[in-house]
Design a protein around this ligand. Structure first.
Ligand code: NI
Length: 229
């Protein structure tokens, strides 16, 4: 499931992020990938140990964690601390698959491993600031092109092949992160998401209370079956 989540950050927050990111020290993005990724990755990142990455990353994570749509779709168990990247001057990231098990090894974080179930990109440049830079996600239904307003996010299965098209004008600044979900299976997560959003719609429309209560019970009992903590 590929899901667009609008307004994770508001315009004031985006402007503040950009003010500090546009004057930050960026490094070659190949430092954080294996040899296969390094062959196709041409971008810049904030260093993992940068205090700015830590500070802004915490704010991104907090904004996502408090977003009801993100929560319903991702059912997050743990997060890899968000990173920040910038593509400009032809920068690109060819088709690749993200590592399946990642290690969190950062100052201030307990050493931990995370299964990357879900990838998330939060756009920090407006689409008219740059040419190219579309995120292309390939799944069994074909290729999906994503280029969103600043402050919006996309979540998609980390198991999918994906790439970022070359940026031929301007700069594409974004934050990205991986999430280990309570529910490992993509299909089960999608069923829970559809059930959850339908229950919310029924509740808002004043549907029969007992029927909504039964559906809510079904939701939680499915989650109880499928969640791994
Ligand atoms: Ni990737």
């Amino acid at each position: 499931m590929l899901l667009h989540i609008a307004g994770v950050l508001d315009q004031d927050q985006v402007a503040e992020f950009r003010r500090v990111l546009d004057s930050a020290d960026w490094i070659d993005g190949r430092e954080t990938v294996g040899s296969q990724g390094a062959q196709v990755k041409r971008n810049e990142q904030l260093p993992d140990t940068s205090p700015l990455r830590e500070l802004l990353g915490q704010r991104i994570q907090k904004a996502l964690a408090s977003n009801p749509l993100f929560h319903a779709a991702a059912l997050p168990l743990r997060y890899l601390p968000p990173r920040f990247n910038r593509y400009s001057g032809g920068g690109t990231y060819g088709f690749h698959v993200d590592g399946s098990v990642m290690t969190v090894n950062l100052p201030g974080h307990a050493l931990a491993q995370l299964r990357s179930d879900i990838a998330c990109t939060v756009f920090l440049s407006e689409p008219d600031e740059y040419d190219g830079g579309e995120l292309i996600v390939s799944d069994t239904y074909g290729e999906h092109e994503v280029k969103l307003p600043a402050g919006d996010a996309v979540v998609y299965p980390a198991s999918s092949l994906h790439k970022v098209q070359p940026v031929t004008r301007g700069a594409r600044v974004a934050s990205f992160l991986w999430v280990q979900s309570l529910v490992r299976d993509e299909g089960q997560r999608r069923l829970l998401f559809e059930l959850d959003t339908s229950i919310q719609t029924l509740t808002r429309s004043g549907a029969d209370h007992a029927a909504v209560l039964t559906l809510t019970s079904v939701y939680h009992n499915l989650l109880r079956r499928w969640a791994e903590t």
